[in-house]
Design a protein around this ligand. Structure first.
Ligand code: ADP
Length: 349
């Protein structure tokens, strides 16, 4: 399987603070050096850990497509960043024995970008478009006939001399990935035959992912060191791999490469201020202000944003989702509330 990258970029956030967070699930510069992340990606469905329900659905569809010697139906994968959507697209191409061309919506802004990509596709190949909710309406319209009838309707010329030309395309599979499925227009959404959601990973699956990556990096984790990293990675393989790399740095300097145990993991992640639930300094400041200044809330996001000196959009998209997910925070019409669980964590109970 070959990977063809076209304007590949996960790294499109402009928020500098977000970039520096070790527990940010988006791809940071370090991960997105394609070689680095790619070498860790599982290559087959068998190697792909977790997400068993989604895997079962895709496995049947792949087998059926191979049996009928047809292109796989178009697939929409959605869920938070870092859970394996890109990886799954590459796995699907590998299982189907075809090339995967990788792109992302922001790189397909002009109609000619998407036309070029579609016209270069070979029969049954896979086209992966990340952040598909960000496609421009011109690109989206071109996709409609391409997806449904394998045809590109191009308008050539302007005004009275404008003509439409239809170009036939080979059968292909579009794999779209998004963190925001609700932002995809319904005509586009309806053209995907298979839609699957990625969930946060279970602890045992994350442990397996950490152990797999450790073996790639030639590290020996002993006792429950892998479980300790799994506990702190916010259910996200990308963060698990990143934390493991930081632990490796620490072990290298401390000359403990052959003895990475729970205490070494703890020491190294403490240095990065990632606590035993995967919360970092920003998460904890958010919770402490809520607790100490506003008696646990309810308090409005703008007030919290002013108190923390952080942009409210960053808080809403980067800090709150995980705190909500683990039940430390509640969003109510009257504002944010710190839960009892969140309080206990803050007080170290
Ligand atoms: P997304 O496209 O959802 O943002 P990626 O597919 O880029 O996420 O995955 C991020 C990282 O996590 C990759 O380096 C990949 O190797 C790793 N990863 C994701 N899912 C799995 C999995 N199920 N098993 C092992 N590693 C995984």
């Amino acid at each position: 399987m070959a990977i063809v990258s076209s304007g590949f970029s996960h790294d499109n956030s402009s928020d500098a603070k977000r970039k520096s967070r070790l527990v940010d699930p988006s791809s940071l510069k370090e991960d997105s050096k394609i070689i680095k992340e790619d070498s860790l990606r599982p290559k087959s469905l068998d190697e792909f850990i977790g997400q068993s329900a989604l895997k079962e659905v895709l496995e049947i569809s792949v087998k059926a497509a191979l049996y009928r010697k047809e292109a796989l139906d178009h697939v929409l994968l959605y869920g938070p960043p870092g859970l394996g959507k890109t990886t799954m697209a590459l796995v699907l191409a590998n299982e189907l024995g075809v090339k995967c061309r990788i792109s992302s919506a922001p790189a397909l802004e002009r109609p000619r970008d998407i036309v070029g990509l579609l016209m270069n596709l070979q029969t049954n190949e896979l086209l992966f478009v990340d952040e598909i909710h960000r496609l421009s309406s011109a690109a989206e319209e071109l996709l409609y006939t391409a997806l449904e009838d394998c045809r590109l309707d191009l308008t050539i010329g302007k005004g009275t001399t404008a003509r439409t030309r239809a170009i036939d395309l080979p059968r292909f599979t579009l794999v779209g990935a998004t963190t925001r499925p609700a932002s995809i227009s319904s005509p586009l959404r309806d053209r995907f035959g298979i839609t699957q959601r990625f969930d946060y990973y279970q602890l045992q699956d994350l442990k397996g992912i950490v152990e797999r990556t450790a073996s790639f990096l030639g590290l020996s984790l002993i006792d429950d060191a892998s479980l300790e990293i799994a506990r702190r990675c916010r259910g996200t393989p990308r963060i698990a791999n990143r934390l493991l790399r930081r632990v490796r740095d620490f072990a290298t300097v401390k000359q403990r490469m052959n003895h990475i145990d729970v205490s070494l993991v703890d020491e190294s992640l403490k240095m990065h201020r990632v606590d035993d639930r995967g919360l970092d300094q920003l998460d904890r400041s958010f919770l402490s202000i809520l607790f100490n200044t506003y008696e646990g809330g309810p308090v409005g996001l703008e007030t919290l944003s002013a108190a923390l000196g952080e942009d409210s959009a960053t808080l809403e998209s980067v800090v709150e989702p995980f705190l909500l997910q683990i039940g430390f925070l509640k969003r109510t019409p009257r504002g944010r509330i710190l839960t009892l669980e969140g309080q206990k964590h803050l007080l170290g109970a």
